[in-house]
Every structure is written in C-alpha cells, then in structure tokens.
Ligand binder design. Structure first.
Ligand code: HEC
Length: 146
C-alpha cells in the first residue's frame, strides 16, 4: 500500500471515530426515544417467539437508557412547570416496569413479563398522550436542544 493511500485510510478511520464519539456524547430526548422503540420491538419479538433472553435484554436496555441532557431537562421543566413532577413520574413508572419485565424474563415467568410489558406500554403511550407534542414543540425550536 503506498503512503498516499495509507493516509487516506487513516483520515477515514479518524473521521468515523469522531462521528461515533459525537453520537455517543450528545444523546437527546428524541434519540433516546428512538432507542426505546428498538428495545420495545426486541421485547415484543421475544414474547412472540418465546425468546425470553431478547425480552430481558430489551427491558434492561430500557431501564439503563441514557439521561436526558441537562439543557433539555431545563427546557422541559420551564415548559411544564408544576406538571414536571407528573412527567417524571411517567418516566419512573416505565423504568420500574422495565426492571420488573427483565427480572420476570430472567426467571422464566412469562405471564408476569407479559403483564408488566402491557403496563409499561400503557405508560409510554400515556406520557405521549399527555406531553409528547408539547415537549417536542419546545425542543424543536431553532437553537434549542437539537
Ligand atoms: C416521560 C414521558 C415519556 C415516556 C414515559 C415515554 N416517552 Fe416517548 N416521547 C416522549 C416525548 C416528549 C417525545 C417527543 C420527543 C421529541 O420529539 O423531541 C417522545 C417521542 C417518542 C418517539 C418518537 C421519536 C421520533 O423519532 O419522533 C418514540 C418512538 C417514543 N417516544 C417511544 C417511546 C417508548 C417505546 C416508550 C416506553 C418504553 C416511551 N417513548 C416512553 C415522552 C415520553
């Protein structure tokens, strides 16, 4: 390999490393939500094909989702005011149910995993019904959050 070509590959390697770092360093609420959707798909699929490992893995990823960046939390808090407590409560409830799904799946308790999965989905959708549009509007204002 000549040196010109070698440095071309080096530049590509550095650029792709930087772009990976950029995505890892800047999660935002929308990106976190897109990850949750993938995790819910893994859980649903696992329940449908009796793959409890996929259920446990998806639920564990939901439980460990990244934190919303502080500046976005601030924007949401300013918009929601005293309702911020309710917004947070939805997050806590979904979090606790995801832990419960993971524990049930690891024990092979399919019925409990299904019941908790249904409650968790209700939690996702209840938060969306109450806050998704409002919060998305605040976070998508130019120069804010994204
Ligand atoms: C605490 C409230 C809350 C909970 C709980 C919640 N979401 Fe969301 N979700 C939001 C908000 C707010 C948005 C809009 C974000 C934006 O557009 O910036 C959103 C957006 C989304 C989107 C759309 C992303 C896009 O590309 O536009 C998906 C998918 C999603 N959520 C999945 C989920 C799943 C799956 C769960 C449950 C495991 C969940 N959410 C739980 C508040 C919540």
């Amino acid at each position: 390999m000549n040196s010109k070509r070698y440095s071309f590959y080096a530049v590509i390697a550095i650029l792709s490393a930087l772009s990976v770092m950029a995505t890892a360093a800047e999660p935002n609420l929308k990106g976190i939500m897109q990850g949750l959707r993938d995790d819910v798909v893994a859980i649903t699929d696992g329940l449908l094909i009796d793959d409890l490992k996929s259920v446990a893995d998806g639920a564990t990823r939901i439980a460990n989702h990244e934190r919303i960046p502080a500046e976005q939390v601030q924007l949401v808090a300013t918009e929601l005011g005293s309702e911020m407590a309710t917004f947070k409560q939805f997050d806590v409830s979904v979090h606790n149910l995801s832990l419960s799904i993971a524990a049930a799946a690891e024990k092979g308790d399919r019925d409990r995993a299904i019941a908790d999965y249904q409650s968790m989905m209700s939690g996702c959708l209840a938060c969306h019904a109450a806050y998704k549009e409002r919060v998305a509007a605040v976070l998508s204002e130019p120069g804010k959050g994204e």
